[in-house]
Ligand binder design. Structure first.
Ligand code: CP
Length: 356
């Protein structure tokens, strides 16, 4: 006797998939050739745009209350975090689960890494379990590149050392695009730890690629040695036309987006900053400084924030702040990334996603 529930279940899956496909751009694309997402510098404007368009669809799926889809059913995603995280780790987990994947979280402290296992052996061990994607955060710049050479899984960089945080930049682009439409020509002011911040590096690249004018501001001690306050970088630096303001006021003046970055405790311990109070006075983003920006300018922060240091509480929670929106958009953007890398090998047919 046939199981009367089976056809109904398949029909439901098909309907859900049809809804997913309705929202997601499934046309042949440059993204179909991509195996990993490790940095933004080799991503084309077309690929970035496709990811942002796909994220729009993913946001649509989430906002229609379709909490789980079968799009990545049967896929296994491992999040491997060698550094603490709230936003990135949870949003990757949520993104994978909404798409129907099995998501397994590995933290360094609870894994055999704490017993001295090497990164290579950890990756080989996970690879042996037939995984489809490895989402990695690591304190060493370049660790995701290394991993991508030793696994057949798609590797997604969830932040590596001082190097890159590509999904943060994609969600920042997505958030700005949702407010201003075309990012081209907009002035983006990034204030804070430019020397050590992977978000700063990835955001500068991302916003410049999309045609924005990026200005950074920070104390001399948090600027790369070869960069000068009050200068504009040339193309040979890889950050062509990046403006380095002499003061935070200069950076924020007429900006469309203002983004303070987290000042890390260790910067003060290392002598980069005399005190947090002085940093807050000279470089902190507050109401007075936000008044210099364009009307309706967006206030962003990648998080986690040190309220009262790089950002005042009133602006962090004020009506120009889109910080919570960034967090919400992080799920949609990471859904788009996981779908682009893990969906049944680049077929545009929903049939390939169906139950067998
Ligand atoms: N922005 C960001 O990477 O935050 P988490 O460290 O909480 O993931």
């Amino acid at each position: 006797m046939t199981n009367p529930t089976k056809p109904a279940a398949s029909g439901q899956v098909s309907r859900q998939l049809a809804e997913v496909e309705e929202f997601i751009d499934v046309k042949p694309s440059e993204l179909k050739q991509r195996r990993h997402l490790i940095d933004l510098d080799d991503l084309s404007v077309t690929e970035i745009t496709e990811l942002l368009n796909s994220a729009e669809g993913m946001l649509g799926i989430a906002s229609r209350g379709m909490r789980k889809t079968p799009a990545l059913r049967g896929k296994t995603i491992i999040t491997m975090f060698f550094e603490n995280s709230t936003r990135t780790r949870v949003s990757f987990e949520q993104a994978g689960k909404v798409l129907g994947a099995d998501v397994i979280n590995v933290t360094a402290s609870a894994s055999s890494v704490s017993k001295g296992e090497s990164l290579l052996n950890t990756v080989k061990t996970l690879q042996a379990m037939q995984i489809d994607a490895l989402v990695v955060r690591h304190p060493d710049s370049g660790a995701p590149y290394f991993i991508s050479n030793h696994t057949e899984a798609a590797v997604v960089n969830a932040g590596d050392g001082m190097h890159a945080h590509p999904t943060q930049s994609l969600l920042d682009l997505f958030t700005v695009r949702n407010h201003v439409g075309d990012i081209e020509g907009k002035k983006i002011a990034i204030v804070g730890d430019i020397l050590y911040s992977r978000v700063a590096r990835s955001d500068i690249i991302a916003f410049q690629k999309m045609g924005a004018h990026v200005t950074v501001a920070c104390p001399n001690t948090l600027l790369p040695n070869e960069w000068q306050l009050g200068s504009v970088l040339d193309k040979s630096t890889g950050f062509g036309d990046l403006k380095i303001a002499s003061s935070v006021d200069e950076a924020i003046d007429s900006a469309d987006v203002v983004m303070p970055l987290r000042i890390q405790q260790e910067r003060q311990d290392a002598g980069h900053l005399p005190s947090f109070r002085e940093y807050s006075d000279r470089w902190g983003v507050n109401e007075t400084r936000m008044a210099l920006a364009n009307d309706g300018a967006l206030l962003m922060h990648p998080g986690p924030m040190n309220e009262g240091v790089e950002i005042s509480s009133d602006v962090a929670h004020g009506n120009q702040s889109v910080i919570q929106e960034q967090v919400k958009n992080g799920v949609a953007v990471r859904m788009a990334v996981l779908y682009a890398l893990c969906a049944p090998r680049k077929s545009t047919s929903p049939d390939n996603n169906q139950e067998s």
